[in-house]
Each structure stands twice: as structure tokens, then as C-alpha cells.
Design a protein around this ligand. Structure first.
Ligand SMILES: N[C@@H](CCC(=O)N[C@@H](CS)C(=O)NCC(=O)O)C(=O)O
Length: 128
């Protein structure tokens, strides 16, 4: 990511510090039974979120995932160099959040913009 010098480590450490707080907050939104979550998440098969923890735009998407009662693979590009490389290879823009959409029979897409991603998620899985 094009962050200022020194910001990588700071973002990583702040991210690690706040992750448990967000996890606890969003856990309260996750009200569906595990089997329902599994079934709903099937509609998002092939979707993976690239993000980093302290991004407020990424938080918008993570919240939507919790509210929609779905789970998808999530990659933190500050914690995982391979994930960052995959984002740059596929999406070609060092910006988060980005949703990789790789569905059978469709060309692979890398969707940027948190509001667009949330709209896609809602349209794809519907209301819980
Ligand atoms: N309008 C975008 C803003 C995304 C954005 O600014 N993301 C920041 C992190 S909070 C980013 O990736 N910055 C790195 C860069 O643009 O190089 C959205 O809603 O997703």
C-alpha cells in the first residue's frame, strides 16, 4: 500500500489492537445459526475480501458481512504479503477494501469501493 513511511507498522499494530474489539462488537450482529450462515455463504462462493483492519471503508464491508450473516475468506494485505501480491496481480490497484469475485462460468472480477461491495453482497445474498 502507498502509506507514509512508518505507517505500515503503526497500522498493523493498531489493527491488531482493535481487532478483538471489533470482533466482539460484530459478534453481537451475528445472530444466525451456523447452518444458516453456511447456506447463506454458499451464495458467495468464490468471493474473497482483501482489506486491512484499520481501514474504515473495509470495516463497512466487514460489518455488512456480519449483518448479512455470511462468512467469506478475508485477507489482511498488511499482515500477509502474498495477499497483497494477489491484490496487485488481480485488482491492479493498491486500495482496500476489494472483493475478488471468482464465480463458475463468469469472468473473474475485482470490485473496489466499499459501497459497491456492500451493494453486491446485499443483492447476492438478500436479507437475512
Ligand atoms: N472510496 C473508497 C475509499 C477506499 C480507501 O481510501 N481505502 C484506503 C484505506 S482506508 C486505501 O486503500 N488507501 C491506499 C491507497 O489508496 O493507496 C471506498 O469506499 O472503498
Amino acid at each position: 500500500m502507498k502509506l507514509p513511511d512508518g505507517a505500515y507498522e503503526l497500522h498493523k499494530w493498531v489493527g491488531r489492537a482493535i481487532r478483538p474489539i471489533e470482533t466482539a462488537r460484530f459478534a453481537k450482529l451475528r445472530t444466525a445459526a451456523p447452518e444458516e450462515v453456511r447456506l447463506r455463504s454458499e451464495k458467495l462462493r468464490g468471493c474473497e475480501l482483501y482489506h486491512f483492519q484499520v481501514s474504515p471503508f473495509a470495516a463497512r464491508v466487514r460489518r455488512a458481512l456480519a449483518e448479512l450473516q455470511v462468512e467469506i475468506p478475508i485477507h489482511d494485505v498488511l499482515e500477509d504479503d502474498a495477499a497483497f501480491a494477489a491484490l496487485m496481480r488481480g485488482g491492479r490497484r493498491d486500495q482496500v477494501p476489494c472483493l475478488k469475485i471468482a464465480r463458475a462460468g463468469e469472468p473473474e472480477r475485482w470490485l473496489y469501493e466499499s459501497r459497491e461491495i456492500v451493494r453486491f453482497l446485499k443483492e447476492t445474498v438478500g436479507s437475512p
